[in-house]
Design a protein around this ligand. Structure first.
Ligand code: HEM
Length: 125
């Protein structure tokens, strides 16, 4: 039987990924301004979300309800450029993990459609 992505990456690596990812995001000139909450709080929420997203325990939903990710992102104006910037931070953070290159590729690919789905604002501004 196939292990989940959560098992294959491991809890420690997911924690490390989220930590490095938000350090990059909060420093990114294109998207840093969107993040207004406490950095540790958003890291913790994302850690719980990704744990669940990758097939681990569903603690995010137990605590916060159904993810409804697109709806939760609606209060924030997200352009296609923002999604690309978000993904570039994710690619960098994944690149630092001590896992096989093929697993890194697989992991990154899981984020692409979800990130594009979060785009809720046109580019005309
Ligand atoms: C496409 C680019 C994206 C942008 C610009 C973005 C931006 C944001 C912002 C501004 C917040 C609120 C942060 C705060 O409270 O200050 C947020 C929350 C969150 N984002 Fe994203 N996001 C993006 C994509 C994604 C993707 C692809 C995922 C999942 C794979 C994701 C998962 C989450 C989660 C779990 C939260 C916390 C939701 C909650 O309040 O419970 N985001 N995001």
């Amino acid at each position: 039987m196939e292990n989940t992505m959560f098992d294959r990456i491991g809890e420690e690596n997911i924690k490390m990924l989220v930590d490095r990812f938000y350090d990059l995001v909060f420093d990114h000139e294109q998207i840093a301004h969107l993040f207004k909450s406490d950095k540790d709080e958003i890291k913790e929420k994302q850690r719980l979300f990704l744990t669940q997203f990758f097939g681990g325990p569903a603690v995010y939903s137990e605590r916060f309800g159904h993810p409804r990710l697109r709806a939760r992102h609606m209060p924030h104006s997200i352009t296609e450029d923002d999604a690309v910037a978000w993904l570039s931070c994710m690619a960098k953070a994944i690149g630092t993990l001590p896992i096989e290159e093929s697993l890194k590729d697989e992991l990154f690919k899981r984020f692409v459609p979800t990130a594009m789905f979060m785009v809720n604002t046109g580019e005309e501004t």
